[in-house]
Design a protein around this ligand. Structure first.
Ligand code: HH2
Length: 267
């Protein structure tokens, strides 16, 4: 199974790819957000030098209780960063937004992948944009609240609905990536259960992205703040790789590239 995204070939199954997180926000939970576009670009370019295969640019923190950002402000933050990284980084840039009014200009500025943390369930029209512009599309599971009948089955079913929306809008499924949405509409324990049963998501037949980097379930296990979760993140990344992840979304690219390389050799 292979896909070309933003001019780069991804040969799924041949190796695990790293998505580097570039937050252009003052309030990202991970504490690494920057508002200066020059600094954000620098951070992205460094991540590519360290082994990132995709750069994920976001202008709105999605952490619980975050301050909502109007689309104009989100655009003001992300557009210059997307434009420069698309030109200079040599890897595809993804735009982390679920808003069409942010995604459209970001794509015009060079983003090649839409990373939708609502899996087309808030803004289904993102699918038409993906079709029209020949984009990659990340469909993440998300929901309000943490009620499930059967956690893993419900997440798989919801992702199936997201895939159906993409398919109906003409997005070639070869360009679609699925993601369980670790930390979104899930308790700490639910995140762990989902990661333990990650293989069940492979049933969807799509490449799998897993984003655990520095998240609060790790902090809870270790009783450590967000800037002290490197080893905890490494454990989750190794487990995700061994259980079949195709892409890991991380802040600490240099360290996680090493973790991925060793974990890959073990699978
Ligand atoms: N997690 C966050 C944001 N976007 N996208 C995908 N596809 N998967 C994820 O797990 C995911 C995501 C986390 O939230 P945020 O508050 O933006 O923090 P950060 O970007 O520092 O991870």
């Amino acid at each position: 199974m292979e896909t070309t995204l933003g001019g780069r070939r991804f040969d799924w199954g041949s190796r695990v790819y790293l998505m580097g997180i570039v937050n252009v926000t003052p309030d990202s939970f991970s504490g690494d957000g920057v508002v200066d576009p020059g600094k954000a670009v620098e951070q992205g370019l460094r991540m590519v030098a360290e082994g990132a295969d995709i750069l994920d640019v976001g202008g709105e923190s999605t952490r619980p209780g975050h301050a909502p950002v109007p689309p104009e402000e989100e655009l003001r933050r992300v557009l210059p960063v997307v434009a420069r990284l698309a030109r200079e980084s040599g890897v595809p840039v993804s735009i982390d937004t679920w808003k069409l009014e942010v995604a459209e200009p970001a794509v015009a500025s060079g983003a090649a992948i839409l990373n939708d943390v609502w899996g087309l369930q808030r803004a289904p029209r993102l699918a038409a944009l993906a079709t029209r512009a020949g984009l990659g599309l990340v469909l993440m599971h998300n929901q309000a609240g943490t009620e499930y009948r059967d956690l893993v089955a419900d997440v798989v079913a919801s992702l199936r609905r997201s895939l159906a929306v993409a398919d109906a809008a003409g997005v070639p499924l070869g360009r679609v990536i699925v993601d369980p949405g670790i930390g979104f509409g899930k308790t700490a324990e639910q995140n762990l259960v989902l990661l333990r049963h990650q293989e069940q998501l492979l049933e969807l037949g799509r490449p799998l992205l897993v984003g655990t980097s520095r998240k609060s379930f790790i902090g809870k296990l270790l009783d450590l703040p967000v800037d002290d979760r490197l080893e905890g993140t490494a454990a989750t990344v190794a487990a995700a790789v061994l259980r079949g992840a195709d892409i890991v979304r991380v802040h600490d690219v240099a360290a996680m590239k090493r973790v991925v390389t060793v974990a890959e050799a073990l699978r």
